[in-house]
Design a binder for this molecule. Sequence first.
Ligand code: ATR
Length: 264
Amino acid sequence: MKKYLVIGDPIEHSLSPKLHNFWIKENNIKATYDKKKLNKNEIKNLIIDVKNKKINGLNVTIPYKREIINYLDELSPEANKTQSVNTVFLDDNKIIGHNTDISGFEFAIKKLDFNVVDKEILIMGAGGVVSSIIFALNKMNVKKITVMNRTRGKAENLKNLFKDIIIIDWGEIPNCDMIINATSVGLKKNDKINLDFSKISKNKLFYDIIYNPVKTNFLKIGKNLGNKTENGKMMFIYQALAAFKIWHNIEPKINNNVIKLLEE
Ligand code: ATR
């Protein structure tokens, strides 16, 4: 029986086990996928378990996507460029870190009726997932990426990885073609981002990385202002799909049953 884990802190909210175990069952794979809350000082021993094949793969979430890099043998080019790892596997006795948040975001956007080529994008937040979003947007040939974060210094740090991004102060929201909420504001139902979005003209895209709740206040505001809105559900599903493919060499199906899993 193969064993997979998602690690993070907090981890209770993670729907990765639900999704992976559904696909594991559907594809008759002998494996289990669990979640584990971890302290930083426990990462080292966990990686030894991967090396010894006691654990066959890891997903990594907040706050360890960067921290885990210290314990790995090699990074994929995507993980290296973003300094962010969400998927770990053993290859030829080497522990490899990869980043499937990038393709998760890319596929999710490509499925939308919204073309990002040559568009101006504003990202709110500078946490763990933002480097993956920037990487994916650059790959999709957007024109301009602006980042604003409550703590400006954290946004400035992203310039070490992506020199072409523009950093602005948290506060006034300029017009743009797509605005992405990559902060954790909205995870609680009553959370509100108290900013003025009215400079964004109509028919633009409001995208929230959060998928639970399904419609954050940020998305409600976007809709009321006459824009398209989308939550992070498909990004989450596609990042999981890419990890599943790496570990099991099978492309799992995305259908209504899968999508419903995340809405229950
Ligand atoms: P981490 O910062 O540990 O990677 P994260 O959940 O990936 O954690 O990121 C949280 C993001 O939400 C950060 O950009 C954070 O801004 P700060 O860097 O200033 O902390 C942002 N965030 C959290 N609460 C916020 C709030 N009340 N208002 C604005 N931004 C907030």
